[in-house]
Design a protein around this ligand. Sequence first.
Ligand code: NAP
Length: 384
Amino acid sequence: MEKNTLAISRRAAVAAAAGAAVAASIIRPAMAATAQILGQVPKGKMRVWQVGEQKSFETLSMVTRPIPTPGPGMALIKVHYAGIAARDQGIAMNMFPVPPGPRAQTLIPLSEGCGEVLALPPGETRIKIGERVTAPHWAQWVSGPWSPANYVADVGNTIDGWLGEYVLIPTIALVRVPDNIASEHAATLSGSGVTAWHALHEVAKVRGDDTVLSLGTGGVSTFGLLFAKAAGARVVVTSASDAKLEQMKKLGADITVNYKTNPQWGKEVFDKTGGVSVVLENVGPATLDQSMAACGNNARIVMIGTGRPPPTPPNMNGMYLKNLMLKAISAGSRTMVENMVTAMSHGNLKPAIALTVPFDDARRAYTEIRDGDHLGKIVIKVAS
Ligand SMILES: NC(=O)c1ccc[n+]([C@@H]2O[C@H](COP(=O)([O-])OP(=O)(O)OC[C@H]3O[C@@H](n4cnc5c(N)ncnc54)[C@H](OP(=O)(O)O)[C@@H]3O)[C@@H](O)[C@H]2O)c1
């Protein structure tokens, strides 16, 4: 498995750890009387997965707990589907760096999901009982620029995630899911979907005359292809697998390049396109040299992947020579999720889902994403 190895400043890590402690104290089931809440909390117990000792995927465990009553600022959701993202592997194995682990063994993992609102705190008017919802995993990032303070409420990391029959999610994060977006599809948006949306629409301001390079065929890359094609752009995809490249062509990719058979794939992309104008750098610093080689003048590179750095740092001369722009991003805000969901509903856009695994078999989602044979997203069916 690829580790998240980018250096995180000590100050950011400490601030995030402090934030997580505050979150743990403010985000918990209410002691308040059930009569005061909107909707209903089912009586009885629920099954949830918890991260446990965080030594391997085997130390994830399924447990039974009482169904919680939502306290102030929290909604009780009956989960339909949960989605797994690359970072969830690191969280399950105490290898995700912010905040420094290990996390509480009782933490419910997974950053992405979709379900139905069953109960809300009194006075909540933005979201209604019975609506299907998803949420950005940065639960308190509503709009505006990114801040590491968002780690205070990071779903599936510093607060409970979606891998349970019922979960508590902060109401401020909830985004209504339109009727024409299936729950299975909505459960892929909080991490992978909104990252590609943020990169293309907020940073690159993608247009029909752009040529977008989206590295790989995983969750973020397939969303990159989906949203770039919807914007009218030409799309180039790279993969180690010719079979996956064929599949990406069927999903709309205009040009495909195998990075395994041609280590100088950046030049091949440049030669086939005349230079791309946008790069979704879904791998990390290790591919930056080739990504820069693929670029035309003034291209925008959005840094998404957090993969291991290369032994030799990228040669930044390419940045100056071509006047490239480089911007890193962290998933996205609630406003970005809302805009993306609206566009998906209007355009009837559907994510690529490689595999749906049953709730009882959730560990398989982790091993499948680690093994990397998938194209697109892996989701877990919890209930429908
Ligand atoms: N910054 C953020 O907010 C953010 C958000 C989400 C994810 N991420 C990060 O972005 C990365 C991708 O996430 P994901 O969820 O899409 O992961 P994923 O589903 O596991 O996909 C990883 C993809 O990387 C491709 N890949 C690996 N090495 C490559 C190389 N040398 N050149 C081109 N492609 C290569 C693989 O393509 P093939 O199998 O086709 O070869 C694979 O499809 C991860 O590092 C993740 O941590 C960051």
